[in-house]
Design a protein around this ligand. Structure first.
Ligand SMILES: Cc1cc2nc3c(=O)[nH]c(=O)nc-3n(C[C@H](O)[C@H](O)[C@H](O)COP(=O)(O)O)c2cc1C
Length: 249
């Protein structure tokens, strides 16, 4: 049954456990159409999606990323920044491509397009009562092996994965930052944010300690900064350069 837009947006939470059943082709068709109709920079559609339902491929991706959702979901979608298509067309038409893919704005444009496409898929899936979980490890864990496994050509780059399946759990909604910290009216706030940030940190600590399922003693700040520390070892610039994004100053 379809969920309304409000529930699709406000009742969404990441779902990491799925039923074995496959997603219907009707639901996948809606997800695909929502992806296709994503707003993109200049209508350049600087993205492509690899839609994976092959069990062996999903198992290999699980081995490479350690993310079990990839193995157990019905469909795993990999959202890629893609300048291969426009490069091919420009070549066919004899047009010289500027080195846009070597600029930071080129990278931002592609990553924004791929990310918005993923969000279109999330909302479409939610509206059909499906569960989703974005998988950033699809970018960071083994970029070379994943590009090779999926035959990603030069000038493409895996931005993020999305596991989709029929939900087998309903985790508590995660508290998010209060509106006062997220939405700034007319200009960025210039008063002291610390008190509200500490309150939010404590709210996440309480949520982690009391949520249904596995609990933890994590607060928000230490958890996020641990992640940043771990991410200091990622070498995305090298990966981008190897994939044909010749970034220069
Ligand atoms: C870009 C991105 C990458 C993510 N990567 C992962 C991931 O690799 N593994 C995972 O279990 N969850 C991942 N998540 C899910 C987040 O942990 C989740 O969205 C966040 O904790 C907020 O919880 P909620 O989605 O239930 O509101 C990712 C989410 C985003 C947006």
């Amino acid at each position: 049954m379809d969920k309304n837009v409000k529930d699709s947006l406000l009742q969404r939470r990441s779902i990491r456990r799925y039923e074995r059943e496959s997603i219907s082709e009707n639901d996948m068709a809606l997800i695909h159409e929502a992806i296709r109709n994503t707003p993109t920079s200049y209508n350049g559609q600087q993205f492509s999606v690899i839609d994976i339902d092959d069990r062996e491929t999903k198992e290999k991706l699980y081995e490479l990323t350690g993310q079990k959702q990839i193995k157990t979901c019905s469909r795993f979608l990999l959202f890629c920044m893609d300048y291969n298509k426009i490069t091919r067309l420009a070549e066919a038409k004899g047009i010289v491509m500027p080195t846009f893919t070597g600029t930071m704005d080129g990278i931002i444009v592609g990553i924004v397009d791929a990310s918005l496409a993923m969000m279109s898929a999330v909302t479409a899936a939610e509206s059909r009562g499906l569960g989703t979980c974005c998988i950033g490890y699809a970018r960071t864990a083994a970029p070379e092996a994943i590009a090779e496994l999926l035959g990603l050509p030069l000038k493409t780059f895996a931005v993020c994965g999305l596991a989709i399946g029929i939900p087998r759990e309903l985790p508590d909604l995660k508290p998010k930052q209060p509106k006062s910290l997220v939405i700034h009216r007319n200009r960025y706030r210039n008063d002291d944010l610390t008190g509200e940030l500490l309150d939010y940190d404590a709210a996440i600590h309480r949520y982690n300690a009391t949520r249904s399922g596995a609990t933890s003693d994590n607060d928000w700040c230490a958890h996020i900064i641990d992640y940043y520390r771990q991410a200091m070892d990622y070498t995305m610039l090298d990966t981008l350069i190897r994939h044909g994004f010749n970034i220069t100053r």
